[in-house]
Structures are given as structure tokens and as C-alpha cells.
Unconditional design. Structure first.
Length: 82
């Protein structure tokens, strides 16, 4: 009978849970109100027309329509057009 515990690192088993960030809807896709468009840390994508920002910087749609990603003055915007 062994009187020592098995060797090895205990930190190997402590992996953080994935956050599932990123773009959830593509350019030209149809959306309905409340659908999540982008999950992000900080505002990499800015809210455009018919899009609002949640408290964790999540972008979500406020209207039914098609998603349009565009760049203006070096900033990326997400819009929803009917």
C-alpha cells in the first residue's frame, strides 16, 4: 500500500469556462427584435441603426430586418435595415 499521494499538477484540471464571444449573425442574414448579433468584450463593433448595446457590450437588434456590417472612419458598425 502506497503511503504517498500520486504526483502531478492539480492546476491541470482548472480550465476556465469558454465565453462564446464573437459575431453570431452574418451580413445579410434576417433577424427579429431581441436577437443577439455580436457578443464582445469592449465595443469592437459599434451599434448602428436599429441596434442597441447591452451592459456587457452585447449588440442586439431592435427591429426585424437584414443585418449590414459596415466600416466608417475606421470603425465597424452593425446595422439592421428593414
Amino acid at each position: 500500500m502506497a503511503h504517498k499521494k500520486q504526483g502531478g499538477k492539480t492546476t491541470q484540471h482548472k480550465r476556465p469556462n469558454p465565453k462564446y464571444l464573437g459575431v453570431k449573425v452574418s451580413h445579410g442574414q434576417s433577424v427579429t427584435p431581441g436577437m443577439i448579433l455580436v457578443r464582445q468584450r469592449g465595443t469592437k463593433f459599434k451599434a448602428g441603426e436599429n441596434v442597441r448595446v447591452g451592459r456587457d457590450h452585447t449588440l442586439f437588434s431592435m427591429a426585424t430586418g437584414k443585418v449590414v456590417f459596415e466600416e466608417k472612419a475606421g470603425r465597424s458598425f452593425v446595422n439592421v435595415f428593414a
